[in-house]
Design a protein. Structure first.
Length: 165
């Protein structure tokens, strides 16, 4: 054993629901809006549709869906489309929750799909910006739903503005 280091163990927890029907009515509604938004995703290359719905502190719900581009890096994920849109039309209003769902052509996704790394970092930015946690609700096309009360469950040891002071 090398005496020059110790180990840091990071653990995380999620709430696991059998289906969307086990969520409270507000979260069911948010997930339904994400599912509806997913249908309008523009994903001709991956055929992987993602929908997101953002609940703002003022009660407004803003949706987004993934938008692909033939120049792949020019596309944008549903979560970032929704968060940036919410911030543009409701500046200064904190995000309290985000629901994310997806559907793939040719298969049924029954495992909740979490936001990608870039989306996790953006969610972290908005949590830090307002010093307020964002509940994250994730589902595949159907089946179980995972929920977390903040981004740290998905992005432990996250980088944020506190390091830039």
């Amino acid at each position: 054993m090398n005496p020059k280091f110790t180990k840091l163990s990071v653990t995380t927890e999620f709430e696991v629901y059998g289906s969307e029907n086990d969520l409270n009515s507000h979260e069911q509604s948010l997930l339904k809006k994400a599912q509806l938004s997913m249908k309008n995703a523009y994903a001709p290359y991956s055929n992987f549709l993602v929908g997101a719905a953002i609940l703002l502190e003022n009660g407004e719900i803003v949706v987004g869906n993934n938008q692909e581009n033939a120049a792949y890096p020019s596309g944008l994920c549903a979560e970032r489309v929704a968060i940036f849109h919410a911030s543009a039309i409701h500046p200064g209003v904190p995000v309290t929750a985000i629901a994310v769902c997806c559907k793939a052509s040719g298969s049924v996704i029954e495992t909740p799909v979490p936001p990608c790394g870039a989306c996790r970092q953006v969610i972290a930015e908005y949590e830090t910006k307002y010093d307020s946690p964002i509940r994250i609700i994730m589902q595949g096309e159907k089946g179980k739903v995972y929920a977390s009360n903040n981004i740290e469950a998905l992005l432990p040891l996250m980088f944020n503005r506190k390091y830039l002071k």
